[in-house]
Write a protein that binds this ligand. Structure first.
Ligand SMILES: Nc1ncnc2c1ncn2[C@@H]1O[C@H](COP(=O)(O)OP(=O)(O)OP(=O)(O)O)[C@@H](O)[C@H]1O
Ligand SMILES: [Mg+2]
Length: 253
C-alpha cells in the first residue's frame, strides 16, 4: 500500500481489508483497464416480448481517459454501462476487467469485482438520506471491511478533494443538487476503483452545476488519472471527453 502525492489519499486502501484476492488471470496486455468483448444482451429471452438490446458490442476503455457514450433513448447505453459495471451479466460475450474474465466469476466474485474496481455515479445521486456527507462517503469502505476511524479519515480527504470539506456533517436534504453529486463522486472514489461509471450524472443539474461537476471530473482525471465512462444525452459533455462513442439500436456506430 502506498500513498499518492495528492491529499495523502491511499491509492489502494482495500488491500489489507481483502480476505482473498479475486482470481486474476495471467495477463500479457496491460493497455486496457476494461475490454468489452462481443457483448450481446437479450431481455426476456425466448418469450413473446424478447428484445435484443446489445448486438455484439466490442470496446476497449483506456486507462486515464474520459469516454462519453451517446445515443438515442433506448439504444442500449444504460444496459451497456450496467454490464461494464458488473451490475448485470451479458447474454453472450464477456467483459475483461484488469485481466479478469468476469464471465468466469461466480456471483460472489463478480460482486467483489464490482465493489473493489468500479465506482458508480447516478443521475439522482442515490445518497442515503439519513446519513451525513462523510457517513455516505465512508459507507462503501465500511462495507468493504475498513475500520471506522480510517474510513472516516479517508471520507474527509475525499470530500476535501471535491471541495466540500465545509459540508461534512450535512445530510443530503441540506445540500444543493451539485453538492449532492459531488458527495456521490467522492463516494464513488471511496474504494479506489479502476473506473468510474456515470449514467446521466449531470441529468438533474442546471448548466452551471453541470459544468462544475464536469470540471471536477476533468481535474480528477488529469491530476489523479481516474478513468471515467459517462453515458449522457448532453452534447456539452463531449467537450470534457477524450473519446465519444455513439450508439444506435444496440450497436456502436
Ligand atoms: N429489464 C429490462 N427488461 C426488458 N427490457 C428492458 C429492460 N431494461 C431495458 N429494457 C429495454 O431495453 C432498451 C434499451 O434500454 P436502455 O435503458 O439500455 O436504453 P438507454 O439507451 O439507456 O435509454 P435512455 O437514453 O432512455 O436512458 C429499451 O428499449 C428498454 O425498454
Ligand atoms: Mg439510460
Amino acid at each position: 500500500m502506498h500513498k499518492d502525492k495528492y491529499h495523502g489519499i491511499k491509492l489502494n486502501p482495500m488491500k489489507e481489508a481483502a480476505k482473498r484476492p479475486v482470481r486474476s488471470a495471467a495477463r500479457d496486455d496491460h493497455r486496457h483497464d476494461i475490454e468489452v468483448k462481443c457483448v450481446s444482451k437479450v431481455y426476456n429471452q425466448g418469450k413473446d416480448n424478447e428484445l435484443k438490446v446489445l448486438k455484439n458490442v466490442t470496446l476497449c476503455l483506456h486507462p486515464g481517459e474520459i469516454t462519453t457514450i451517446m445515443g438515442p433513448s433506448g439504444s442500449g447505453k444504460t444496459t451497456l454501462l450496467d454490464i461494464i459495471g458488473c451490475l448485470m451479466r451479458p447474454t453472450s460475450g464477456t467483459v475483461i476487467i484488469d485481466g479478469v474474465d468476469t464471465q468466469r466469476l461466480s456471483d460472489d466474485e463478480l460482486a467483489r469485482v464490482r465493489r473493489e474496481k468500479i465506482g458508480f455515479v447516478f443521475q439522482n445521486f442515490n445518497l442515503i438520506t439519513t446519513l451525513t456527507a462523510d457517513e455516505n462517503v465512508a459507507l462503501p469502505m465500511r462495507i468493504a471491511g475498513m475500520g471506522k476511524a480510517q474510513a472516516r479519515e479517508r471520507a474527509i480527504s475525499l470530500l476535501k478533494l471535491v471541495d466540500l470539506e465545509n459540508r461534512l456533517g450535512h445530510k443530503p436534504t441540506e445540500l444543493s443538487g451539485g453538492e449532492q453529486q459531488r458527495v456521490a463522486i467522492a463516494r464513488a472514489l471511496a474504494n479506489n476503483p479502476k473506473i468510474i461509471l456515470g449514467d446521466e450524472l449531470t441529468g438533474n443539474l442546471d448548466s452551471k452545476n453541470s459544468a462544475k461537476v464536469m470540471e471536477l471530473l476533468k481535474a480528477l482525471n488529469k491530476t489523479k488519472g481516474y478513468t471515467f465512462v459517462l453515458v449522457t444525452h448532453d452534447p456539452n459533455l463531449k467537450n470534457y471527453a477524450d473519446r465519444t462513442i455513439n450508439m444506435a439500436d444496440g450497436e456502436i456506430i
